[in-house]
Design a binder for this molecule. Structure first.
Ligand code: DC
Length: 223
């Protein structure tokens, strides 16, 4: 059977990352976290002192940015020009900046190309916001994973608390609301389900249960 291209879109805190990673492990596929790519551009902009709306400098930054994922015993790592940036892109500051740079056409055009190259040949689970709508409209199976906003905020808060980040649930809730609104209302590739996406609500489901639901859909489609 030909290797499939699977997309999983949805807002932050819906469980996309863990679900996508587990799913890819179960079916032996490569996992690509496209949010990490936007975060990498944000980190490069921050390091260079480039404003999130400075398109000329953002274009220059993208031109010199080589992004590579590598699977290691510590899970997938992201390298920017040879440097492991996996941990550094997970701060609340980078989350907001990634959302801001992701609205810029120069950044989206650059990453569109990077993502499509990563998808050549299939056998990949792509996780993001516009995977099924813009980057891979021809994907074999598309999922849209969502959960109610309070559940998503609580999940994100727990994740940050585990990393000892000094932030409150109220701050996480506010930041998430802003990011959701920005990501959904931007002109270019806004967050929304593809018309042919299978929609799943993970509010009352454990990660493993969501993975099982996805696997059942994949089996049904490939029978
Ligand atoms: O999934 P994440 O929280 O790591 O994504 C960070 C930001 O990147 C998110 O707020 C919006 C942007 N993003 C995007 O615009 N398109 C994608 N395919 C993935 C992420």
């Amino acid at each position: 059977m030909k290797p499939l291209l699977i997309t999983i879109d949805g807002p932050s805190g819906a469980g996309k990352s863990t679900v996508s990673r587990r799913l890819s492990e179960r079916i032996g596929y490569t996992y690509v976290d496209t949010g990490a790519l936007y975060r990498a551009v944000a980190l490069a902009a921050l390091t260079e002192g480039c404003a999130a709306d400075d398109d000329t400098r953002l274009a220059e930054i993208c031109r010199h940015l080589i992004l590579k994922f590598q699977n290691t015993s510590k899970g997938p790592r992201l390298y920017a020009n040879g440097h492991d940036i996996t941990a550094r892109i997970r701060t609340p500051e980078i989350s907001m900046l990634a959302s801001a740079v992701s609205a810029r056409p120069v950044v989206r055009t650059y990453l569109l190309d990077v993502q499509r190259k990563m998808g050549k040949g299939g056998g990949v689970v792509f996780e993001g916001r516009d995977m099924g709508t813009v980057v891979f409209p021809e994907a074999d199976i598309k999922f849209y994973l969502d959960a109610d906003p309070e559940t998503r905020a609580l999940r994100r808060y727990k994740e940050l608390a585990e990393k000892h980040a000094a932030t409150s649930l109220a701050e996480v809730r506010e930041a998430m609301k802003k990011r959701d609104e920005d990501d959904s209302s931007r002109a270019l590739a806004p967050l929304k389900p593809a018309p042919d996406a299978i929609r799943i609500d993970s509010t009352d489901l454990e990660i493993e249960q969501v993975v099982e639901v996805l696997l059942r859909h994949i089996e049904k489609r490939t029978k």
